[in-house]
Design a protein around this ligand. Structure first.
Ligand SMILES: Nc1ncnc2c1ncn2[C@@H]1O[C@H](COP(=O)(O)OP(=O)(O)OP(=O)(O)O)[C@@H](O)[C@H]1O
Length: 202
């Protein structure tokens, strides 16, 4: 029972470098894994590979031995650093939320989502406000794994703490594994059960 990247090799087309060669990683549902590598090493790209947004040129990503299928919600949900790119600009927030399924009122409260924000479009909310919706949506589909790529860089310290408290509670309650990237060593040390480098650069 794990999220596995097996012998993954990946480089963007058009002559970019190979970011990883034969890179393997296995994450159990009980783990909170920090990806730790210098800027440009490919942390965001690995997050996208783990959530099925990119395909490796060789190797594979699987959950419990199964490749991602096109049907149903992906068992690996990615929360990225740019919430404004993750939401349909033509949909009011309540509709974007509804698409993920049932979002309990206490989840909205815990994330500090105000009722008046639900009728707004994405461009009428701040980055931090939008990020709370992205987190609510990702958790609402009950994934097996959450991938959090610098999700709190745009938030003040109090909001950052609130959001991580919500996420860590949800992860524990639903037995979800976590892979995350944070540029704050303090935050990473507090959250991670282990840290993984991306040393396999080819
Ligand atoms: N869509 C793309 N097309 C081509 N090259 C890309 C694309 N996205 C990223 N890259 C390149 O791939 C490399 C890895 O980028 P990535 O964003 O995964 O790194 P990162 O470790 O997350 O960086 P940071 O810590 O600065 O966010 C970089 O050299 C980047 O320029």
């Amino acid at each position: 029972m794990a999220l596995e990247a097996c012998n993954v090799t990946f480089g963007y087309p058009e002559g970019g470098p190979v970011l990883y060669r034969d890179f393997s990683l296995s994450v159990e549902p009980s783990e909170r894994v920090a990806l730790d590598a210098p800027s440009g090493a490919g942390k965001t790209t690995l997050c996208r590979l783990l959530a099925g947004y990119e395909r490796p040129s060789s190797g594979y990503v699987a959950v419990d031995g199964e490749l991602f299928s096109k049907r149903g919600a992906c068992p690996v949900q990615l929360i990225g650093q740019h919430p404004e790119h993750a939401l349909d600009p033509r949909m009011r927030m309540e509709r974007s939320l509804r698409e993920a399924g049932e979002v309990p009122a206490d989840a909205l409260d815990a994330l500090g989502i105000k009722g008046e924000w639900l009728r707004r479009f994405p461009h009428e909310l701040s980055g931090g406000e939008l990020q709370r919706f992205c987190i609510a949506r990702a958790v609402a589909v009950h994934p097996r794994y959450l991938i959090a790529d610098e999700i709190s860089t745009m938030l003040d310290a109090i909001t950052q703490a609130e959001i991580w408290r919500y996420l860590l509670e949800a992860i524990a309650r639903e037995d979800m594994g976590l892979v995350f990237v944070s540029h704050s060593p303090d935050l990473a040390a507090r959250i991670a059960t282990r840290s993984v480098g991306l040393g396999a650069r080819g």
